[in-house]
Design a protein around this ligand. Structure first.
Ligand code: DGY
Length: 433
């Protein structure tokens, strides 16, 4: 790519961040997602840091202001009224001072905070603010390893597909069979007013998303009981890898700030998580798989969630096998990385998380691979990501076969990832020996 091209793309990316900036938080994109989303915000903060570090910390601080007393950080904060999105605060009814949703999302905050702080040219200026965040992130990790792992297995379960971020992944098809749809209140979707319905989850899936929401609402959003009461309890290797990585990164950050107890407990959580995630490995699929915690059986779905496990410091032989897996996936599509294997008849190139490529996932996987000597593969993933931008613009996600833009446009975290890619990415040190 020519230097002019790089400058042009960086300029466009910055423009999108500014356009979606609402002052103290950023919307993922206009129309489709008009509030603050949890993992969008944390990954966006990494992009903001390249433009304005103060604004990057503010993004995360705003999110964590809405942490629940039990430690959960909700997946949406409804900062203002907007009828363009469903389900809004009147459906969630979580009773928070500023309305929020009642479920969480992949905990990338520990990773994001360390990345931003490591690069900060002015650490002393931000130390106390970062310390405040570190304590809150620690409480979130504690929540996940208690409320979502009541037996102390070292693996947190999600109780709603939206918690994985991969809303309609093929991973959830089987456990979703257990989720009823009877009795849900009539509703009208709004997402399909903003994006092509063929790119979005189906009505059958929405009915189940809503049933779970109403079920949790009936139980007063009491996280002490929701895990056991949910017919949908899945241990997702992607979610857990993000959590493990965030624990390991938070430990480093806490250590640097002299928060020794937080450093110790997060190191311990990461170590326990790393040994527990091995239970999700599948030799026959050559990657990690989801585990259905209700049936205790692995879910036969080789999605990108099991590839994303390399974001945590998994053993080198696993990382190598994942490299092979990516090579195989790459031979079946033009652009890395499909969110599901195109060889699987259930693959759907344009439908959200059932096939399309996502830049945030590419970023995390490339980052993990680079740390274990997979620099070449990481480079191919980054090159593919930039090729997608050039072909489809700053989309929410992309058809991995044609590169066509899908979902929402002018997408904030895609823009943030482009800034990262143009910075050349980074091969971080492994934080666990
Ligand atoms: C949506 O509404 O599509 C979100 O992904 C759920 O948070």
């Amino acid at each position: 790519m020519t230097p002019e091209e790089r400058t042009r793309l960086a300029g466009l990316a910055s423009e999108i961040l500014r356009e979606n900036d609402r002052g103290t938080y950023t919307v993922p994109t206009k129309g489709l997602y008009p509030f603050q989303w949890n993992w969008d915000s944390c990954l966006t903060a990494i992009g903001f840091a390249a433009l304005d570090e103060d604004r990057a910390w503010l993004e995360m601080e705003t999110l964590f202001e809405h942490q629940w007393p039990d430690g959960m950080v909700p997946h949406i904060v409804f900062h203002q009224q907007d009828d363009g999105y469903f389900p809004g605060p009147e459906v969630w009814q979580t009773g928070r001072p500023v309305p929020t949703s009642g479920i969480t999302q992949p905990p990338v905050a520990g990773f994001a905070a360390r990345r931003i702080f490591d690069r900060s040219p002015d650490k002393t200026r931000f130390t106390e603010r970062v310390r405040g965040l570190v304590r809150k992130i620690d409480r979130w990790h504690d929540f996940l390893y208690s409320a979502r792992d009541p037996q102390g297995e070292g693996l947190a379960a999600i109780i709603h597909p939206w918690e994985a971020g991969r809303d309609n992944s093929i991973d959830w098809d089987d456990p979703f069979e257990r989720v009823p749809t009877e009795g849900i209140a009539p509703y009208q979707r709004r997402d399909v007013n903003h994006a092509d319905p063929a790119h979005r989850p189906t009505k059958e899936q929405y009915d189940r998303y809503l049933w779970l929401l109403e079920h949790f609402r009936r139980h007063g959003w009491n996280n002490a009981i929701l895990h056991d009461l949910s017919p949908f309890r899945v241990v997702d290797p992607g979610f857990n890898a993000i959590l493990i990585r965030s624990c390991a990164d938070l430990a480093e950050l806490a250590q640097a700030l002299g928060e020794l107890e937080i450093a110790r407990s997060n190191r311990q959580r990461a170590e326990k998580g790393l040994s527990a995630i091995e239970r999700l490995w599948s030799d026959s699929h050559g990657q990690y798989l989801c585990l259905d915690r209700v049936t205790s059986k692995p879910i036969d779905s080789a999605s990108v969630g099991g590839v994303l496990a390399v974001f945590a410091a998994v053993p080198e032989n696993r990382a190598q096998a994942i490299g092979n897996r990516i090579r195989a996936l790459g031979s079946r599509c033009r652009y890395l990385l499909p969110s599901h294997d195109p060889a699987d008849p259930r693959f759907d190139a344009k439908r959200y998380w059932r096939g399309p490529a996502w830049l945030i996932v590419n970023y995390m996987i490339a980052d993990g691979l680079a740390a274990v000597g997979g620099a070449e593969m990481a480079e191919s993933i980054r090159a593919s990501s930039l090729a997608l931008i050039k072909k489809g613009g700053f989309a929410e996600y992309y058809d991995p076969i044609t590169g066509e833009a899908c979902g929402g446009g002018r997408f904030t975290w895609t823009a943030a990832m482009v800034l990262e890619l143009l910075n050349g990415g980074e091969a971080p040190e492994r934080t666990l020996a």
